[in-house]
Design a protein around this ligand. Sequence first.
Ligand code: CIR
Length: 258
Amino acid sequence: MLIAITRKVSPNISLCELTHLERQPINYENATRQHQEYEENLAKSGCNLISLAAEPDLPDSVFVEDTAVVFDELAIITLPGADSRKPETASIVEALKPHRKLFFIHEPGTMDGGDVLKVAKRIFVGITPRTNLEGIDQMRNILRPYGYSVQGVPVHGCLHLKSAVTQVREDYLLINPAWVDKSKFGRMNFIEVDPAEPYGANALMIGGKVIYPSAYHKTRRRLEAHGIDLQIVDASELAKAEGGVTCCSLIFKSNLTT
Ligand code: CIR
């Protein structure tokens, strides 16, 4: 059984952090409705939802992906790189505690979960303004006894590693090669985003399906041509806050036996 932790949109989402996008009005009602549909799609994909209450004082707290990275054996609570986002981890600790042994990234390390791409036992971590080398070293030390390799990957032009590359099938990565170097990922196959859709590389694979934003028509056709089974969602409102479809959930296998 899969569990998905989500958190409702903060009514102060308009005060979100922005790095690469110009600030534009974010309609809270639209964001909330689209987030609700996203949660329904997670449920359709077989996830049991733990939907946390909104945290009005934490504008970016809907983007729960950045606060933790969950593995079968343990979870790592991150230390988000943006100061405004550091308090987001407290409630995630409580939500994850029943499910996993917890480890923590400590200062001077920083890490956003959006920088962590898991491909089986290979963990790729974006080196970005949010995630530093110290944070990556700490993750490597935590995961070494469990047989994971952890590799830092430079990222340019976007917020997180997973803005630039995500997994869409066991053997395929969806990638924007302008933002991250393909050669860092070894022997994988690649589907490139259409050059007109630079933000189209963020897709959320759950089991055999992939949740994908409706905005990227051309890249969508490339995915369909590879036989990838898509569940299309409108994620346009939270995209204005620099969020994609991976950012709004933490998905993991339940270890609970009851
Ligand atoms: C931020 O800048 O932190 C938020 N406005 C967007 C975070 C998106 N998270 C993600 O891609 N994992």
